[in-house]
Design a protein around this ligand. Sequence first.
Ligand SMILES: C[S@@+](CC[C@H](N)C(=O)[O-])C[C@H]1O[C@@H](n2cnc3c(N)ncnc32)[C@H](O)[C@@H]1O
Length: 242
Amino acid sequence: MNSGAQPGHVYLVGAGPGNPDLLTLRAADLLRTADVILPDDLVSEDVLALASPTAEIIAVGKRCGQPRITQAGIHGLMLEHAQADRSVLRLKSGDPLVFGRAGEELAALREAGIPVEIVPGISVAFAVAADLQIPLTDRASASKLILATAHHAEGKVELSPSWSGAFPDDATLVIYMPGRNFGALASDLIASGIPQETPCVAVSKASTPLQHVCATTLGDLHVAAIGPAPVVLLIGRAIKLP
Ligand SMILES: C[S@@+](CC[C@H](N)C(=O)[O-])C[C@H]1O[C@@H](n2cnc3c(N)ncnc32)[C@H](O)[C@@H]1O
């Protein structure tokens, strides 16, 4: 087992949904030993509290599509510190390879010849399913699991994932970054063939003391009392609260 963050290396690490108990041992080790930490907005304070007191922590989150720092700026910071022989922890909520722009960051690091390690984390879909005790797959009703986003790229907001053909009725659909227009999102999904009586759970601020769970159906999503961002939606015949 590797130990400690190495000088000149960049680590793309999943911080999980917020509770430090859900970090991997490798993530905790890197948090304790990295020289520079670049966390996203959704990385919790409790996770950051594990960092070395001497670590330089530079917040690089973007909120509501309003960039405080550009993606190129984040690449620049990672390269600058790694090339100065510091160990750099790029810390992302959930899993770094799920809606985390890891592809762009990896490409920049590889092009510059910087050694990179990726450490997985618990994506919010799995944290929510475990917390609410809802299986995401079910032998009788859900043989597929689809992770989608309703917000594909900066400057380009799409209200629903685009499907070709009817949506499979034996799938659980998890929507990250659903936006706030739940009525339009639900209409699009119903139009793509998902029955309006399909169960739906919207979880706001999952894995924090402010977690808010709203169980409804796709047809009633537009009137549901859904908590503030960040919100993740779980939709499908298998999505039933116990
Ligand atoms: C940029 S994506 C990051 C996903 C992350 N890499 C993961 O694997 O969970 C951000 C979106 O993830 C979801 N999300 C992340 N943390 C969340 C939380 N604590 N509660 C609810 N949704 C969350 C929301 O849909 C949010 O808009």
